[in-house]
Ligand binder design. Structure first.
Ligand code: MOS
Length: 724
């Protein structure tokens, strides 16, 4: 199905199943510990062996020699995979870091070996005895020192509108500040893990990956084998946040280990390895300049962002959202990428917006203060209903102002103290802060297959993944709505490369696009049902397990009595994404208390108001938003990968020292969804919320800390030492 005009009325609009707060259909499996995650596929091959990855002890240089004799002599060792016996490896299309180093080393803890043994303990013991001689080279590990050679990424040329320099010089009120955000880790619950089994020249892996099709493509390229000979199964995934976009070292090395050992092999990244072996979010340095009239109208906006990565790695596009968020006639947006020899930087929940809004929305708070205008009003004054770079291009939907007003009202914003550091409760200073939120709503082709079985059950199959977001449920809801059956009558099968190719989980596109693919497949199935039952497909109504038109009403299951019926299709998005700016919007509010004596910062309450098209499952969507808010609180206050500037690695590479928020850090969170549908987004009229929830949050927290204390911190995380 080609989606090339905004959606009209369709069966989803009945909202019998869609749009209702719905428990996860996979919830019982998860709470009972019977959802099978990648590493838990013990049953797929009874003789499976264990692989343990050995990471490089240097950040840059070469392996001069590997000493494997001691490891080989250990009990139970079956094979050791290194660059010397792995054969040439190709390149994937998403990550630039190679899954197996040698002889060159690209970054610290890059895999230099996989030790395969009968048991995990044996593999771990032998892995500790793998020794390497290195020729260490000087690396570049400090972003601030690497800016001189930074390049403009080909995909992100400088954007200039009007004459920024002149407008900024002429503006009566200006701001020119520099903000920094640190390297951050996904720190998902489930470490990357794979079980690999060869059957002749066919490979099957059970792996924790967000996008099955990318993983299959990349694994095929790396191993130089046809995609058709690879099957990937990713039924349950314990969090990804962008860190499991495609195959990582565990999947490639498990496949190689299984080939060399002639056995099924399972590999999990040990937690202390994962932080440096897999990807992270790049640190940024951002300069923001704002110029405004005294009435608060922005006339000049410049946002320049620098980040680093391995050569040809992804750029953290932290200034990108600034192209669309506020009006302003004269504009400049630039990105620069420096070469760093740190582990590879890649996508982490709301790549671009998450660190970008940490800077922009503090700058807006500072500017509002300079102007003497309320921060909510300042943002409303500068709202735009058109793309500031192309005024003829409108937003598909843009309810930012309504988010701001609703949030201010619900939060009790008008009662705040406008004088920083003025509100005290005993030893605590109390402050409130807010920030706007914006995050793109990208679109991608997504396919599904839907089958009506003889007993009336509806079975959906697509390689779409559920990374903990609730995809199983919204896909089931979509099929139930389309086929007019209760959710309990739908079986959802996900995450298998044998199923039709979906968009996968990423970029908060999964919810809208994957359900739109199911919608398209259901349209086909409805046609097949109508044809078999002798209905006109356009007149037939599917509800209550019946198909009806005029005064004829037939049980849906009757259509499959003579054999199951299948509908398969993909949703393909035409140029609506170019014709309309498609974004999600929100407003975040936060109250903090800061201990006057110690500087300890406690979040007291948080509120998010979101406008993100139709909310398919308000219960799961709320969970996505509060998860994002929690991650944003971490970004504001605790999360930072600390770089060892001489050896080039992340020092705090475990969950004891990379501090993420816990329940006690987040006492009260409220989420409001505006009642919105977006017919431009898809037939579902939905978007996504997984990344909107984090965008802007950290700035709202930082702004609240400023309101409480009068101290403006522009260097994240906002830790207590920066307040004293
Ligand atoms: Mo995402 S960070 O695009 O999974």
């Amino acid at each position: 199905m080609k989606f090339d005009t905004p959606a009209g009325p369709n069966p989803i609009d009945r909202l019998a199943v869609i749009g209702r707060p719905t428990d996860r259909i996979d919830g019982p499996l998860k709470t009972s510990g019977t959802a099978t995650y990648a590493y838990e596929h013990h049953h797929v091959a009874p003789d499976q062996a264990y692989g343990v990855i050995v990471g490089s002890a240097i950040a840059k240089g070469r392996i001069a020699a590997l000493h494997l004799d001691e490891a080989r002599a250990c009990p139970g060792v079956l094979a050791i995979v290194t660059h010397e016996n792995a054969g040439p490896l190709g390149k994937g299309a998403f990550y630039v870091g190679r899954p197996l180093a040698g002889p060159e080393i690209q970054h610290y803890h890059q895999a230099i070996a996989l030790v395969v043994a009968e048991t995990f303990e044996q593999a771990r013991e032998a892995a500790a005895l793998v020794r390497a001689d290195y020729e260490e080279a000087n690396g570049s590990f400090e972003l601030a020192d690497a800016l001189g050679d930074a390049v403009t990424p080909g995909t992100k040329p400088d954007v200039t509108v009007g004459d920024f320099a002149a407008a900024f010089a002429a503006a009566p009120v200006t701001l020119d500040e520099r903000y920094t955000t640190p390297d951050q880790s996904h720190a998902m619950m489930e470490p990357h893990a794979t079980v690999a089994v060869w059957d002749g020249d066919r490979l099957t892996i059970w792996a924790a990956v967000q996008i099955v099709a990318w993983s299959r493509r990349d694994l095929a390229n790396i191993l130089d084998m046809p995609e058709e000979k690879i099957r990937i199964v990713a039924s349950f995934i314990g969090g990804g946040f962008g860190g499991k976009g495609t195959v990582s070292a565990d999947a490639v090395l498990a496949s190689l280990g299984a080939r060399v050992a002639g056995r099924a092999v399972k590999v999990a990244q040990a937690r202390p390895l994962m932080f440096n072996n897999t990807t992270h979010r790049a640190a940024t340095i951002q300069r923001i300049r704002l110029g405004a009239e005294r009435d608060g109208t922005l006339t000049a906006i410049a946002h320049e962002s620098w980040s680093g990565n391995l050569p040809d790695g992804m750029t953290e596009t932290a200034a990108e959202q600034t192209r669309l968020l506020y009006a302003g006639a004269h504009r400049l947006v630039t990105h620069r990428r420096a070469v760093l020899d740190l582990p590879e930087a890649s996508a982490l929940r709301a790549p671009g917006e998450a660190p970008g809004m940490m800077a922009l929305e503090v700058a807006m708070d500072e500017m509002a203060e300079k102007l003497g205008i309320d921060p909510v009003e300042f943002r409303i004054i500068n709202d735009t209903q058109v793309d500031p770079e192309k005024p003829e291009r409108t937003f598909s939907k843009r309810a930012l102002v309504e988010c701001l007003r609703t949030g201010a009202d619900r939060f009790g914003w008008s009662a705040r103290s406008t004088v920083p550091g003025a509100l005290r409760e005993g030893r605590w200073l109390i402050g409130t802060g807010m920030a706007a939120a914006i995050r793109g709503a990208p679109l991608g082709t997504s396919a599904a297959r839907v089958r009506l079985e003889a007993d009336g059950r509806v079975v959906v199959e697509t390689d779409m993944t559920d990374i903990g977001t609730g995809t199983y449920t919204i896909i089931g809801q979509t099929a139930a709505e389309m086929m007019g059956v209760p959710l309990s009558q739908v079986t959802v099968r996900l995450g298998d490369s044998d199923f039709p190719v979906s968009v996968g989980s990423g970029g908060q596109w999964g919810a809208n696009c994957s359900t739109a693919g199911v919608y398209a497949a259901c349209v086909k199935l409805r046609e097949a049902v109508a044809q078999r039952l002798g209905f006109n497909a356009t007149d037939a109504v599917f509800d209550d397990g019946q198909v009806s038109a005029g005064n004829r009403r037939v049980p849906l299951a009757d259509a499959a009595a003579a054999g199951a019926l299948t509908g398969e299709d993909e949703i393909e998005f035409a140029d609506l994404a170019e014709r309309y700016a498609q974004q999600t919007f929100g407003a975040h509010f936060c109250e903090v208390a800061v201990d006057t004596f110690t500087g300890e910062i406690r979040i007291r309450r948080m509120l998010a108001v979101c406008a993100a098209g139709r909310i398919l499952n308000p219960k799961a969507a709320r969970s996505q938003i509060i998860g994002g808010m929690t991650m944003g609180a971490g970004a504001a206050l605790t999360e930072e990968l600390v770089v060892d500037r001489t050896r080039g690695f992340f020092v705090n590479h475990d969950l004891a020292s990379y501090e993420v928020p816990v329940h006690a850090d987040i006492p009260h969170q409220e989420v409001i969804f505006l009642d919105e549908t977006d017919p431009v987004a898809s037939p579902m009229k939905a978007k996504g919320v997984g990344e909107l929830g984090i965008s802007g949050v950290a700035a709202a927290v930082a702004n609240a800390v400023h309101n409480a204390t009068g101290v403006r911190v522009r260097d994240y995380p906002v830790t207590l030492d920066k307040l004293l």
